[in-house]
Design a protein around this ligand. Structure first.
Ligand SMILES: NC(=O)c1ccc[n+]([C@@H]2O[C@H](COP(=O)([O-])OP(=O)(O)OC[C@H]3O[C@@H](n4cnc5c(N)ncnc54)[C@H](O)[C@@H]3O)[C@@H](O)[C@H]2O)c1
Length: 424
């Protein structure tokens, strides 16, 4: 392990202690910590800002490093912590975990992080940490999360939390039994484009929503003549790869939070590019699906159709876009932007292939203004999760939501393999 943590304030090591500091729901949570000593639970308040120790496992990875460490946890630390509803703040301090000591040391030095380790068990037994976060490769997650729950940590994790829905469900029950706050990354809901879409839905802009068409994807290089911009495990089923497992988890929470729960799926998953080259420049067979074409029937009656592909070249404004059509208006929302066309401003095109198009259809849409400052989506959810931990209340995007996402992925794969519509 690296040098000892410089504690900037009170280190809060468990939910009991957190509630001790903030005076919230202490009774309901007492007795939660396993093997916790009174000494550990009753830390003295030495400074006004308490600190939550956060284990960040997978800190060297693409998501773990950029989005979760740099853009979220360190950004929160640098802004002086998270503000709570009553105006008080809680600070965070990361403990980096990974497989390569050299990489961890380098990252820690670059960002002024004082603690890192390649020993997960050691990190989990460290009582200055109360939260375990996992952004490892998908196939490594479940085992580590189980260990973290057993160590009494609150758990926040990248999606998918496990490779099978049943395993994710079991993790949720285990976490509930242990009394820890569990959450899974639902970053797309916090994107400016989707927040604007949410605003339109809440404001009744669409009237009755009829359909959603999503287009996600970009060309991921095979790795031979240009290096691939995604890790090679994404293209190996045996390592937890595949676009259905990756993206249907996202589509499930986007659909259920904006439009209604998915009731049935019809999907076709394919591997368009059969051979790729890995990080060492070695060829390998791509055993996982790299594209998926799905139709999702929602409880609200809305039909959503979403293409997901790492084998398409982008002719869109953003890497993901959703077109929503309703009786009163339509919108196209991407990562950041959202354009609308109201019923009253809808043109009346007439089909005539003998004539060139006389109008620019794209120019007939209106940009939805920001009307707010949008923070990084990953950071926004981190802040929400941290507030939930401090308050000792469930995080809305919990492991059960995570399990539903994996269930949709499994149903999509079944639909594809068996050539049929699958009811959830
Ligand atoms: N929320 C999102 O938008 C989003 C986007 C991409 C990926 N993800 C998820 O984040 C997780 C990490 O994806 P990534 O793209 O950062 O991957 P990555 O390959 O860049 O990082 C994987 C991390 O896992 C660690 N690891 C542990 N055991 C490993 C093993 N046996 N082989 C390889 N690496 C191992 C690596 O050291 C590394 O830190 C995945 O579960 C993925 O589904 C989420």
């Amino acid at each position: 392990m690296g040098t000892p943590l410089l504690i900037r304030g009170l280190v809060v090591s468990c939910r009991y202690a957190v509630t001790d500091v903030f005076g919230l729901r202490l009774k309901a949570l007492s007795g939660y910590r396993r093997g916790g000593s009174a000494k550990r639970e009753k830390r003295s308040v030495t400074m006004s800002v308490p600190t939550l120790g956060v284990i960040l496992n997978g800190a060297t990875g693409r998501m773990g490093y950029r989005q979760h460490l740099v853009r979220s946890v360190l950004a929160i630390r640098d802004q002086g912590g998270v503000e709570l509803a009553d105006g008080r703040r809680v600070q965070v301090e990361p403990l980096l975990v990974g497989r390569s000591a050299d990489k961890l040391r380098e990252i820690a030095e670059r960002h002024g992080v004082t603690r890192w380790t390649t020993d997960l068990d050691g990190a989990l037994s460290d009582d200055t940490t109360s939260i375990y976060f996992d952004a490892q490769i998908t196939s490594a997650r479940e085992k580590a999360v189980r260990a973290a729950i057993a160590a009494g940590k609150h758990i926040y994790a990248e999606k998918p939390v496990a490779e099978a829905a049943g395993d994710a469900l079991a993790l949720g029950k285990l976490a509930d039994d242990a009394g820890v706050v569990h959450g899974v990354v639902h970053d797309k809901l916090f994107l400016p484009g989707l927040l604007k879409l949410r605003r339109l839905i809440d404001g009744g802009f669409f009237g009755r929503i009829l359909s959603v068409r999503g287009e996600f994807g970009y060309w991921v290089f095979e790795g031979d003549w240009q290096s691939a911009q995604r890790p090679s495990w994404n293209y190996r089923a045996e390592d937890g790869g595949g676009i259905v497992l990756d993206m249907f988890c996202h589509w499930n929470y986007v659909l259920e939070n904006l439009f209604g729960r998915v009731q049935a799926v019809t999907a076709k998953a394919v591997t368009h590019v059969a051979e790729r080259w890995d990080e060492q420049g070695e060829p390998y067979p791509a055993t996982a699906d790299d594209s998926a074409y799905g139709i999702f029937e929602l409880e609200s009656g809305i039909i959503a159709q979403i293409n997901s592909s790492w084998c398409v070249r982008v002719n869109r404004d953003e890497l993901v876009e959703f077109q929503v059509d309703g009786t009163e208006g339509s919108a196209v929302a991407g990562l950041r932007k959202c354009r609308v066309q109201h019923r009253s401003a809808t043109p009346k095109p007439v089909w005539n292939p003998d004539l060139p198009a006389t109008e620019s259809f794209r120019d007939q849409w209106t940009e939805v203004p920001d009307n707010a400052e949008f923070d990084n989506g990953f950071k926004a959810q981190w802040e929400q999760y941290l507030r939930d931990v401090v308050a000792g209340r469930p995080h809305v995007y919990d492991f059960f939501a995570a399990a539903r996402g994996i269930q949709l992925a499994e149903a999509g794969l079944t639909s594809s393999a068996e050539g049929r519509r699958v009811v959830l």
